[in-house]
Design a protein around this ligand. Structure first.
Ligand code: GLU
Length: 347
């Protein structure tokens, strides 16, 4: 599923140059204003120590939008950072396409846990992890991705590359450091085995899961990955079908109820889009059949969600009526940006 040949090289060059697609549009100006407002506000929250390994800085703020037609608008920092928990949604999608939805939900539930991301969220009766987006569920999902450790890692890396539309690099220092500090994830994997829910080797599964978390993405990559979900599983840049519609819909459903750690309820009320965050500071969200959005800012709140990323999503959702339950059509991106820019310039 890797993007190769001239197309892959072109995508790589485009991203490596840091210019991605500098469409000078009203939307760009609107997003630049939002990023500038946040950059000049006092910084809240803390950068996870591990995120420093990949160069996270307090002044990093980025936002990117990718339409289901493949039009990208990216503003602010395009610094690469580990995808972290955002990889869980793609592992979940890969497992569903490999085994079928019924099998996967018979092993991993689809219920919000209301607990921290690394809690022991295992149903006492069924022995099922609560969902695939908390660590215990993601570890169990990872174990489904193949018979050997190599198969599982290859499948996950291929899936992440295909969703981003380019080969993503592993950040070895993050991987090594996480593995050295993974006692809790090892414990969760051993509990899965002790409960009779997993047979695979705990160390190998956690290593594979951690490799998925340690892959580097930019905010633009994340927007493309989110757009892949928003478009029902087809990457809008490469045209490749990455996930089936069934898998894509299931992934978005679980993102809606479980994607923002133990702040998922607040997020749905305030932003109203299926989303997933990672502890390196990334957040993805999708407006089905329209576009994917991603933000990056490494300072985290007490739930582990990016503070500035959350502010950006709240702002953009309110300005564009993106809340899925608003009962009104989302506003057209460019036209609404023109209105908002006009209003801002007359204040
Ligand atoms: N690699 C991290 C862990 O397993 C992922 C945490 C996250 O982004 O939520 O703890």
């Amino acid at each position: 599923m890797q993007v190769s040949g001239i197309w892959g090289m072109w995508l790589d060059r485009r991203r490596a140059s840091g210019t991605v697609r500098t469409v000078t549009s009203a939307l760009t100006t609107y997003l630049q204003r939002q990023v500038a407002a946040l950059s000049s506000a006092p910084s809240e929250g803390d950068i996870q120590p591990m995120a420093r390994l990949s160069g996270a800085e307090v002044d990093h703020v980025g936002v990117a939008l990718c339409s289901v037609d493949g039009e990208i608008t990216a503003v602010g920092t395009d610094h690469p950072f580990p995808v972290q928990s955002i990889s869980k949604v793609f592992a979940y999608g890969a497992a569903i396409d490999l085994h079928g939805l019924d099998y996967v939900t018979s092993i991993v539930d689809e219920e919000p846990s209301g607990e921290e991301f690394n809690a022991l969220s295992l149903d006492a009766l069924t022995k099922k992890p609560k969902n695939a987006l908390v660590n215990i569920g993601a570890i169990r999902t990872h174990a489904m991705l193949g018979v050997t450790q190599e198969d599982r890692i290859q499948r996950l890396r291929d899936m992440l590359d295909a969703a981003a539309g380019r080969p993503l690099e592993l950040h070895r220092p993050t991987m090594d450091q996480e593995m050295a500090e993974s006692d809790r994830n090892f414990a969760l994997a051993h509990i899965l085995r002790a409960a009779g829910s997993m047979e695979e080797d705990a160390r190998e599964v956690v290593a594979g899961y951690t490799e998925g978390c340690s892959v580097l993405t930019t905010v633009t990559d994340l927007a493309v990955m989110a757009a892949t979900l928003a478009s029902g599983g087809t990457n809008p840049l490469t045209g490749e079908r990455v996930l089936s519609r069934v898998a894509s819909r299931q992934v978005l459903s679980v993102m809606l109820t479980c994607g923002m750690y133990d702040n998922a309820g607040d997020w749905v009320s305030d932003v109203g889009l299926p989303a997933k965050s990672g502890v390196a500071g990334g957040i993805i969200a999708g407006l089905p059949s329209r576009f994917g959005i991603a933000t990056y800012a490494p300072q985290l709140d007490a739930h582990g969600n990016s503070v500035r990323g959350t502010h950006l999503f709240e702002r953009i959702s309110a300005d564009y009526a993106l809340h899925m339950l608003d009962g009104v059509e989302p506003k057209p991106l460019e036209k609404r940006a023109q209105e908002l820019n006009q209003m801002a310039s007359t204040v």
